[in-house]
Design a protein around this ligand. Structure first.
Ligand code: HEM
Length: 104
């Protein structure tokens, strides 16, 4: 079964547009990585989600995710951050094994 890794990032309200613009210009290399299945950038929309955006990724296997993290595509995927003021004030990485999956 697949493997999901979510990067949960705290982004102040006034930086939301900046964050979304950075992702709009993202490298897109993640999709070319072996074992990649899905990517979503999720904008918070209730009080409990707060200021926490989620970067959702799904992979065929845990090792496919680890290989992307360890490889140059991860660096290229984050190159936009260098030289710019960081948009995120904090982050947490959450990893999950997919137990069941259904999609229309
Ligand atoms: C300190 C930790 C991290 C921060 C602050 C961060 C922030 C960002 C930002 C701002 C971008 C947009 C591109 C850019 O401006 O460079 C990006 C791209 C991306 N991030 Fe992160 N990120 C972090 C770590 C991670 C981790 C651990 C994952 C794993 C799920 C992840 C998944 C992605 C993906 C899939 C992209 C798009 C890459 C592509 O299109 O090839 N990030 N990240």
């Amino acid at each position: 079964m697949s493997y999901v890794v979510i990067n949960a990032i705290e982004v102040p309200r006034e930086r939301r547009a900046d964050l979304e613009e950075r992702f709009a210009k993202r490298a897109g290399d993640v999709a070319k990585s072996e074992g990649f299945e899905a990517f979503q950038l999720l904008r918070p929309d209730n009080d409990e989600a707060g200021d926490r955006y989620l970067v959702y990724t799904r992979w065929a296997t845990k090792s496919a995710f680890e290989a992307w993290m360890a490889g140059s595509a991860f660096g290229r995927g984050h190159a936009g951050s260098s030289g710019q003021r960081p948009v995120a004030t904090a982050n947490q990485v959450w990893a999950y094994e997919v137990v069941q999956h259904e999609e229309s």
